[in-house]
Design a protein around this ligand. Sequence first.
Ligand SMILES: [Zn+2]
Length: 264
Amino acid sequence: MRQAWSGWTADTIWSSVRRTEHLQSRLFAARTPRRSQPGRQPRPLFHLSETPPAGTPGYFVALTFDDGPDPQWTPPLLEVLRRHQACATFFVVGERVRQYPEIAQRIVLAGHALGNHTMRHPRSFAGLPPNRIREEIQHAQDAVIRATGQAPRLFRAPAGNWSRTVLRLADEAGLQPVDWSIDVKDWHAPPARHIFDAMLRSRPGDIVLCHDGGGDRSATITAVQAALPALRGRGLAFTTLKRGFPHSRLDATLAPGLPSVLSR
Ligand SMILES: [Zn+2]
């Protein structure tokens, strides 16, 4: 059922407040990395510099693709990433994983990371009752495990619709909430050039939001194909996101089999 905008609860307002606070705090994120504190509220990760993984050079960006797997768009995107030896993180929708398990497997086999993006991608996610939120997370988790044998460690709320309850329930499921610092806005189907320009604004540490499902993604694929060599030409490299423990540690790891990226 479609959720109405009566979903403006304290939680969703809090979500907007957090976003504003984040925009302010990002200015200082690189100089003031967060430390793990017992009892600290779980919060989404917006930028790699917030949890710099030990020993990881600071020139990585994390490309993320949401709303797949999609039989039309995910395979050609995987091919573009393979050709350019780039790795990424796919926030997949459980129902689509159940429908296309072999594409989810291909994502994993290619060395990319999978994150949980709920079972049905509900609108106004944070406005759902807690038991529905828990169910959406758990069912997607089960679908990915069944398809790939791997349990996601990352979670992204549909449309970044976070709330205290969403964060707590993701945390209870053992998932690191992940947001983004660059939105290429491919969800409203702009020309490939606009998506490319947005991707080229990436700086070290950025988490870039793109989509490989939920609509015609031909422009996204064209843009990614052009952006990968352009970003690499600026000295950037690509990393997957991988949840580590304890909470505040997020390991940025290279996909296996990418020595040419490592040696840059
Ligand atoms: Zn989504």
